[in-house]
Structure formats: C-alpha cells, structure tokens
Design a binder for this molecule. Structure first.
Ligand SMILES: Nc1nc2c(c(=O)[nH]1)N[C@H]1C(S)=C(S)[C@@H](COP(=O)(O)O)O[C@H]1N2
Ligand SMILES: [Mo]
Length: 316
C-alpha cells in the first residue's frame, strides 16, 4: 500500500509520544505489524470495497464542489483515526473488525426530547444526499470526498434543544477490546469534539453515513460521523455514540492535549498558522504542487457570517 506523507511535515510534528513510535519501528522491522494488532491477513482495498454496501435512494445534494474527487482507494486507506493507530494506513487495517451493529447514539443534555436513537432509525431520519466536500486536515493535506448523509440540523430540530443549549458535544465510541490505539495516551479518550449550536445547525454541517454511494467504511467513522467542511478535519468526529447539548463550551480532545495548538473553533484559516507550521498552503492527496489554502476551506460565502465581529486570531 502506498503511503503518502507530506514531506514538508516531519512525522515528529504530528505523531504522538516516542514510546509509540519506537514500538512501531520495532514491529515494522520484525514484520509483526498485522500479528501484533491481532487482525491477521491484510486485505487489498479492492476486496474491502467489494464488501461495502450500496446506499439506496441517494440524491445529489447542495453545496457540492465540482473539483476532482480524491480516489476511493486514497479516501479509505489514508486516514486519521487514532483509536486504531496513528499511522495513516493503520485505521484501514485495524478498524475492519469494528462492530457497527447494534449501534445507538445517545442524545443528552439541554434538549426536550433526550433519547437514544438506533442506527437504523438514524439512517432513515431524512433523505440521504451526496455532498462532495473538501476536507482539510490540520496537518496540511486535503481531499475531496463525496460524502453521503443529511444536514445535522435535521436531527437537531427533532430533539428540540432548550433555550439553554448553546453548544453541542460529539463523543466517539471508546472500546479497548476493539480499538488498539486506546492503549496509548495520545489523547484523553474517548475522542470528543464540539461545535457552537449555530455552527451545528448550519446546513453545511453533515450527519454522515456513507461515501462514494456506499455505507461508511469503518476507518472513515462507521456507522455515523459528522463532517464540518469549513473546519480542520479533527472537528469531524467519527463513530459517534453520544451527542450532548450544553450551556457551556465543551472541552475537546485536541484542545485538552495541546491547548496552544488546537482551539475550540479550528476554522480553516490560511492567515492563522499552527504554532509549528504554516497553514497558508496544502497538498491535495494525489497532487504534487501545493495549492493555497482557502479561507474557511472555500466555504466563506456560506459560513463567514457565523463569525461576524469575532477576532479569528484569538478564537483560533
Ligand atoms: N474519533 C476520531 N475521529 C476523528 C479522528 C480521530 O482520530 N478519532 N481524526 C480526525 C482527523 S485529524 C481527520 S483529518 C479526519 C479524517 O477523516 P477521514 O479519515 O475520513 O478522511 O477525521 C477526524 N475524526
Ligand atoms: Mo486531521
């Protein structure tokens, strides 16, 4: 499998503690990677794809970019999903055994209709749309992905947030038996992210259950994730089991780990550098020459008004 890492970003800048790296290096040299995580044989991506399920009745949605789509192979083998390992190829291997049925999402906090929703109901909650969005990782690479889902607001309005709801927290499943990455203190598990309620209610914010017309592959956050296209990729939490509405700004996993580097907002902004690297440019996976990063990842027309009057350097 071809692993592309932007050569201008040193692995040391984006990877977790030394312990983890030394273990990986040892396992790699000993040829023990697959055995060590207990997943056995390495399937080619084509086999994985053959097993994926088509999503019926998907219509093309609004906001789609006409830019070239990143190939399925890259979208499903070059992943960040630290619960399954921090190397880009590890989620595709280690997430294969994730159990996505039965699956429920608990809706909690400041809502009138707090309840637990089963995945089958979530899949039928609103018509499924294909939305081709740019995804910009804070590490400096980007992709174009034809996601399938519906606006998060479809779910939010059905659970009726109270007047006290100002923020929404998204919590990822954390199961040590299924997720080898949880053994390492890279982040405080479970992975948690958050949005202001008006950001979550924005029609671009996507409740995502698929890509390329098929059920979401495990490594991309099956069975349900969010996709917030104007923010750095880490705001788009995967394999969600809890959505909590709160009055105060929720703590997030990346902000806890590195508060100086990862703020609550994390809007894509070429003018606000990461403390350790520039965010002015990005490398589209599959391309060689870098492209300029666009304000709000190219969605300024849609979302800039959410931040009117805010200092985006302070609220990074
Ligand atoms: N639970 C969880 N969600 C996560 C992550 C993670 O490590 N764990 N990584 C984030 C990051 S950094 C990115 S760039 C995107 C990548 O999504 P993709 O692999 O589907 O392209 O997922 C985000 N969601
Ligand atoms: Mo990312």
């Amino acid at each position: 499998m071809l692993i592309r890492r932007p050569p201008d970003i040193a692995p040391s800048e984006i990877t977790p503690p030394d312990l983890y790296r030394r273990r990986r290096a040892f396992l790699r040299s000993a040829g023990l990677i697959a055995a060590a995580v207990g997943t056995g044989v390495v399937l080619p991506a084509s086999r994985v794809r053959a097993a994926a399920q088509k999503l019926p009745n998907t219509r093309s949605g609004t906001f789609s970019t006409t830019e070239d789509r990143t190939p399925y192979e890259d979208v499903t083998t070059y992943n960040n999903f630290y619960e399954f390992g921090t190397d880009k190829d590890e989620p595709a291997q280690n997430a294969r055994s994730l159990k996505t049925r039965p699956w429920t999402v608990a809706i909690e906090g400041e809502v009138r209709k707090a309840r637990t929703i089963g995945i089958e109901e979530l899949l039928r909650l609103a018509p499924l749309e294909e939305r081709v969005y740019r995804l910009r990782c804070v590490e400096g690479w980007s992709m174009v992905v034809p996601w399938v889902g519906y606006s998060l607001r479809e779910l939010i309005r059905r659970v009726e947030p109270t007047g006290n709801a100002k923020y929404v927290e998204f919590v990822t499943v954390a199961d040590r038996r299924q997720m080898p990455g949880l053994a390492y203190p890279v982040l405080e598990w479970p992975y948690a992210e958050g949005l202001r309620l008006d950001e979550a209610m924005h029609p671009l914010s996507l409740m995502c259950v698929g890509l390329y017309g098929e059920v979401l592959p495990n490594q991309n956050g099956a069975p349900v994730r969010v996709v917030i296209p104007w923010k750095y990729g880490f705001k788009s939490g995967k394999s969600i089991v809890k959505i909590r509405f709160t009055q105060t700004q929720p703590r997030t996993a990346w902000n806890r780990a590195q508060p100086r580097e990862y703020g609550f907002y994390s809007n894509v902004n070429p003018e606000v550098d990461h403390p350790r690297w520039s965010q002015a440019k990005e490398r589209r996976i599959g391309e060689f020459r870098k492209r300029p990063t666009l304000m709000f990842n190219g969605y300024a027309e849609q979302v800039a008004s959410l931040y009117a009057g805010m200092d985006l350097k302070k609220n990074f």
